[in-house]
Design a protein around this ligand. Structure first.
Ligand code: F6R
Length: 364
């Protein structure tokens, strides 16, 4: 049932181009001209804020989506982890839309947060992989991510499908708010449709990632850096790595490095810099150079142009396809997952059943 792969995690990483294309087909049709086809009830007219709540990897998907709702739709977006959200007395209004993201749809903290907001907001929407789950049933509207059953404890294909559905929701919000002309919407949808092909290309770097991972496996601390929507990807890269390889890892917003974490840098600490060619590339590179000046071992993830511009003096490099910057987080999920996977393999840990973790956390 692992389809020729050694682990469910490897199979699920490899499935991403196909399941993402399935989700896109479901929500944008299969004709050459894509069109948004989201459930009727998903209407952002009159909504003045989205509040997104989730746990773990699903919460990093909402963190990426916060950038999308704000940048594409001009809609204020708030995020929180479920265990904090429901105890902090969040200010909610009848003009807010609450969005709960959960692969299993059974995460106790997320479900409790959903019950807490009900009747306090305009609409409760869930983004789930299991359409029959408690979270789906208790929300006003449930959008399936269509990733198929995810068995590996570390979430991979569910994450990219969560991002896909959240991207489409941000586009719908932009259209509803008059922020996106039909032509611009089509262009955005077409660039999303190109993503499964790019994920495929990223999967082809699995062998080079395995080589790098042999070295990473010797580290006791690893940092991930990114800016903008690559910041939550740095957090996700670090979470994936620590949960299956048991190596201590942290993700930071690149610009925060100088406010403390730079004290950790020495020649033993690998620093993984996620730097697609976006508007913040130069700033990310200058943060990377601060790391190199302190002898940190930098692994630079970028496209060929970015590596040519900034690769000098780095310890290692990984070339990814050039990508429409707004969707770069979807692409960079793949190397983040493969780095964690191969590092865990090099360490000999149980990647599908990491210690102390359960696939679905149904207790608070
Ligand atoms: C990380 C991971 C967890 C889950 C989290 C939420 O790889 O799998 O962090 O993302 O427990 O689970 P769901 O999405 O089922 O609510």
């Amino acid at each position: 049932e692992k389809g020729g792969f050694k682990h469910f995690m490897a199979k699920e990483i490899a499935e991403q181009p196909v399941v993402m294309a399935d989700a896109l087909r479901h929500y944008t049709g299969s004709s050459a001209a894509p069109a948004l086809n989201l459930p009727e009830g998903l209407d952002f007219t009159g909504i003045d804020r989205v509040v997104m709540v989730a746990c773990g990897t699903a919460s990093y998907a909402t963190h990426v989506a916060k950038y999308w709702f704000e940048q594409i739709a001009g809609l204020p977006a708030e995020i929180d982890v479920a265990s904090e959200f429901r105890y902090r007395e969040p200010v909610l209004s009848e003009k807010s839309m609450a969005i709960f993201v959960s692969q299993s749809g059974e995460t106790a903290d997320t479900l409790a947060a959903l019950r807490y907001v009900k009747s306090k907001v305009a609409k409760v929407v869930s983004v789930v992989n299991v359409p029959t789950s408690s979270i789906a049933r208790e929300s006003d509207l449930a959008l399936p991510i269509l990733a198929g059953t995810e068995i590996g404890v570390a979430s991979t294909k569910a994450f990219t499908c969560q991002l896909t559905v959240l991207a489409l929701m941000a586009l719908k919000a932009a259209a509803d708010r008059g922020r996106l002309s039909p032509a611009d919407l089509s262009a955005r949808l077409e660039s999303l449709r190109a993503m499964p092909g790019l994920l495929n290309a990223a999967l082809a770097s699995s062998d080079s990632i395995a080589q790098i991972a042999n070295e990473l496996a010797r580290a006791s601390d690893i940092l991930f850096l990114g800016r903008g929507p690559m910041y939550p990807m740095a957090l996700e890269g670090a979470l994936k790595l620590k949960e299956i390889s048991y190596i201590h890892a942290e993700g930071y917003a690149s610009g925060e490095l100088k406010h403390g974490p730079i004290a950790l840098i020495d020649e033993k600490v690998p620093v993984i810099v996620m730097a697609p060619m976006d508007a913040l590339f130069d700033k990310t590179v200058s943060n990377m150079q601060e790391v190199m000046a302190r002898h940190g071992k930098v692994l630079l993830l970028s496209d060929a142009k970015g590596l040519a511009e900034a690769g000098e003096g780095t310890w290692a490099q990984l070339a990814l396809p050039a990508v429409e910057p707004v969707w770069a987080p979807i692409l960079y999920a793949v190397p983040a997952q493969l780095l964690a996977y191969h590092t865990a393999i090099a360490k000999g840990t149980d990647v599908d059943q990491p210690r102390n973790l359960a696939k679905s956390v149904t207790v608070e």
